[in-house]
Design a protein around this ligand. Structure first.
Ligand code: SF4
Length: 257
């Protein structure tokens, strides 16, 4: 692990600001050319992640490298999500890695005398998503996330590119500035495969125990951990428990480079 000094962090911030008005494809191109086989991307196959996979597939020949792509297979994903992974692999000729907790769902539920997603979802997410993410990104210098600023107040201030303080590598958010409409326009214009559950009232899809259908007038993430204050699984939260934000991301942090 290297430590980014003040000047390197300033460079990263400068690049992030310079890409504020760039398209997601331009941001991805920069990331793929800069980090090459040290770039990875995590996806749960939401509409945004499917867009990014399509963009990567279109850019890979130009760059001469295909970034690693992985899915955190919690053991609680919908069957439709698992089917979409197969469809995406075939459609784009890509391999999308499954990354799992070392403890199976059955082993974890036996240890806690039953599932804990209803009683302690933070612990469940930590074990089934946060810890596996550390494993998934080990050895890479940068990872691509599909978050958009308009999704939640916490995501509103995410930089285009910044040091990821928790996982100690660089995090790239190519869709930070895109609207939901832009995502779906891209999907329709480019024939991108998406999760069949979107047509059944699930605009945002996580694990089946923690995702419900939403009404037309509800927020798109209202169906995630509905009935609780929880809004994030922890993948985009820093070591201080706060969500990604530029003030922290560009302050003194250790990161791989
Ligand atoms: S989203 Fe729900 S089921 Fe999935 S890891 Fe988090 S708490 Fe567990």
């Amino acid at each position: 692990m290297q430590v980014l000094d003040e000047s390197q962090r300033a460079d990263l911030q400068h690049i992030s600001l310079s890409l504020e008005n760039s398209s997601p494809q331009q941001i991805l191109l920069w990331a793929m050319e800069t980090y090459r086989d040290k770039l990875t991307m995590g996806t749960a196959f939401g509409p945004e992640g499917c867009c990014l996979i399509d963009m990567i597939a279109r850019l890979r020949d130009r760059v001469g490298v295909t970034p690693d792509i992985f899915n955190l297979d919690t053991g609680y994903q919908f069957a439709e999500t698992l089917a979409l992974r197969e469809q995406m692999q075939k459609h784009y000729g890509l391999t999308i890695r499954f990354v799992r907790s070392e403890e199976s769902v059955e082993e974890m539920e036996a240890r806690f005398d039953g599932p804990i997603y209803g009683t302690d979802p933070d612990r469940c997410c930590f074990q089934r998503k946060v810890v596996p993410l550390s494993k998934a990104i080990a050895g890479f210098d940068a990872w691509v996330s599909a978050i958009r600023r308009e999704q939640t107040p916490e995501r509103a201030r995410s930089p285009i590119i910044g040091p990821d303080a928790r996982y100690k590598l660089v995090k790239i958010n190519p869709l930070a500035n895109w609207t939901k409409q832009q995502v779906w326009d891209y999907i329709h214009e480019n024939g991108v495969p998406t999760n069949s559950l979107h047509d059944k009232g699930y605009p945002s899809i996580g694990c089946w125990p923690c995702t419900r259908q939403v009404a037309l007038d509800e927020d798109e993430r209202a169906g995630r951990w509905a009935g609780s204050d929880k809004r994030e699984c922890g993948l985009h939260v820093g070591p201080d428990g706060e969500f990604d934000r530029p003030e922290r991301e560009f302050s003194a942090v250790e990161t791989a480079a």
